[in-house]
Design a binder for this molecule. Structure first.
Ligand code: AMP
Length: 121
């Protein structure tokens, strides 16, 4: 499981939030930032992150509260509507080593723009 105590302030998404490295913004409000994935796996590949420090989905649900969790998911839907993904999309979050999580700051991938096919390991 991802370490939920020691949030790594040096992770790449923390640096993006601090504007230390560039990103291609898709959406921003007081609590959420969304930007284009640097290695897109589909024509639309957006990453959505909370501005608060959460290592993963696991950490988020454990340490956050219902209001913040609901708000975060509603914002993801807002971004999906903003991007007009009417033909469908895939929402993914990878958790921990076996989940293939590379960046230890909670993020949801929004993938769309083509027929995505089956999820294969
Ligand atoms: P995950 O494997 O779920 O942790 O996903 C991490 C994602 O972050 C991958 O899809 C990477 O392509 C993406 N990524 C890594 N560095 C950057 C960056 N500087 N800007 C945008 N996306 C990035």
């Amino acid at each position: 499981m991802i370490d939920i105590i020691n949030y790594d302030d040096g992770n790449i998404f923390a640096k993006i939030l601090r504007n230390e490295i560039p990103s291609e913004k898709v959406y921003e409000d007081n609590n959420v930032y969304a930007f284009k994935d640097i290695r897109p796996q589909a024509p639309v590949h957006i990453l959505v992150i909370p501005k608060q420090k959460f290592c993963s989905f696991d950490d988020f649900v454990t340490r956050s509260n219902d209001k913040i969790i609901a708000s975060f998911f509603k914002t993801i839907k807002k971004i999906i509507d903003q991007e007009n993904l009417i033909d469908g999309y895939r929402l993914i979050t990878n958790i921990g080593k076996r989940g293939g999580q590379e960046v230890p700051h909670l993020h949801f991938h929004i993938l769309s723009g083509k027929l995505l096919g089956k999820i294969v390991p």
